[in-house]
Design a protein around this ligand. Structure first.
Ligand code: NAD
Ligand code: DAU
Length: 352
């Protein structure tokens, strides 16, 4: 079996659902269930004995070690993190606690477990750490995409905390020989993404008749990847990646925020006639320290491991919009209560 952390969040839940679609190998899912963790994402696995859910913190070394000794996984996939840049600007402390200190505790427990393994179990064990392209900083227009050899230059408390975690993972490989692999992926989108992030926020506001808040001039560029393609890349790295290596993962789909939101509005209008979201696009105060452009050079994982995305940007966006239209109850459940407090904190009350 494998141990997944943060498996009730957006990418982790998609990963577990895809994993159990492809194989019968059980998954232990360790998740703290922060505001971003949602067992509703895994409702279809409620009676599936291949999914074992444990509520807990990756920073709890004793809990992690006892789970490892009880379930004896052959691999760890570490998704658990605080993941939203704007929240890291309002309150960095949780990002330091989970992304840095928590990753350290997790690594240390895994090292103790792995050190005690012998033979094939020890040789084939893997620790896959899920990171982000934001560790590389911001690109000028026309500059080459981020390669694995780029220097780290994180600009937000979020990206700095992820960069720190990546360095710890690297050090545990270099110093102790722990068989770690790191993926640095671009912006994901798809089903089950919490509507604090650009695409689901715009879909939610578009459907609710609210303004669509674009930071700054809308000219910031991101490189988008459908979440199912990211999950396939992680499975590939787990099975065929070389310990100690890092792999950049991206969709080769650079687009400005403004053009992306216009595309979303067009697809919404096609699938839900009468929904005129584009007229509600509203420019708002820019994010502090807003990175201008991210772009990933995914040639290493393509060349060495044979992975490439299956969805185009157009097909992925259409699937995503359809999922949000078909899952109105999911969206309603995650946008009640605490969510409204976040919206009031991050956006001027008159805008959203
Ligand atoms: P998310 O915020 O949707 O989910 C994070 C999950 O981790 C939640 O279920 C939460 O409850 C859990 N969690 C948080 N702190 C925890 C702790 N201390 N112990 C155990 N569980 C904890 O995040 P996501 O978008 O699914 O991102 C998953 C990972 O992928 C993160 O490491 C993120 O940095 C990385 N990543 C995300 C993207 C993206 O576009 N979303 C792109 C590249 C990399
Ligand atoms: O690049 C990978 C990263 O992508 C991941 O590591 C992060 O976990 C993930 O949150 C994402 O970070 P971004 O900051 O790029 O994603 P977000 O969806 O928050 O914003 C995307 C772009 O849209 C960014 O330029 C900011 C802008 N934006 C965002 C929001 C929420 C807006 O213009 N308006 C908004 O309301």
């Amino acid at each position: 079996m494998i141990l997944v952390t943060g498996g009730a969040g957006f990418i982790g839940a998609n990963f577990i659902l895809d994993w159990l679609d492809c194989s019968d190998e059980p998954v232990v899912n360790l998740d703290k269930l922060t505001y971003a963790g949602n067992l509703g994402n895994l409702a279809s696995l409620k009676r599936d004995s291949r999914h074992i859910f444990v509520r807990g913190d990756i920073g709890d070394r004793d809990l992690v070690l006892s789970l490892l000794n009880e379930h004896r996984p052959r691999a760890i996939v570490n998704f658990a993190a605080e993941s939203h840049v704007d929240r890291s600007i309002h309150g960095p402390a949780d990002f330091i606690a989970t992304n840095i200190v928590g990753t350290f505790a997790l690594l240390d427990a895994v090292r103790a477990y792995w050190t005690a393994l012998a033979g094939d179990e020890r040789t084939h064990f893997r620790f896959v750490h899920i990171s982000t392209d934001e560790v590389y900083g911001s690109l000028e227009p026309g500059a080459p995409s981020f390669a694995e050899t780029n220097s780290y230059a994180p600009n937000s408390p979020y990206s700095a905390s992820k960069a720190s975690a990546d360095h710890l993972v690297r050090a545990y490989h270099h110093t102790y020989g722990l068989p770690t692999l790191t993926t640095n992926c671009s912006n994901n989108y798809g089903p089950r993404q919490f509507p604090e992030k650009l695409i689901p926020l715009m879909l939610h506001n578009g459907l609710a008749g609210k303004p669509l808040p674009i930071y700054g001039d809308g000219g910031n560029v991101r490189d988008w990847l459908y979440v199912g393609d990211h999950c396939a890349a992680i499975r590939t790295v787990l099975e065929r990646g070389a310990p100690g290596e890092t792999y950049n993962v991206g969709g080769n789909a650079e687009i400005t925020n403004l053009n992306l939101v216009r595309t979303l509005c067009r697809v919404l209008g096609e699938l839900k006639p009468g929904c005129d979201a584009e007229s509600r696009i509203t420019f708002v105060r820019d994010r502090a320290g807003h990175d201008r452009r991210y772009a990933i050079d995914a040639s290493k994982i393509r060349r060495e491991l044979g992975w490439e995305p299956r969805e185009t940007f157009e097909s992925g966006i259409a699937r995503t919009v359809r999922w949000y239209l078909d899952n109105a109850a999911w969206l309603a459940a995650v946008t009640s209560g605490e969510y409204q407090k976040w919206i009031s904190l991050n956006y001027a009350a008159e805008v959203v």
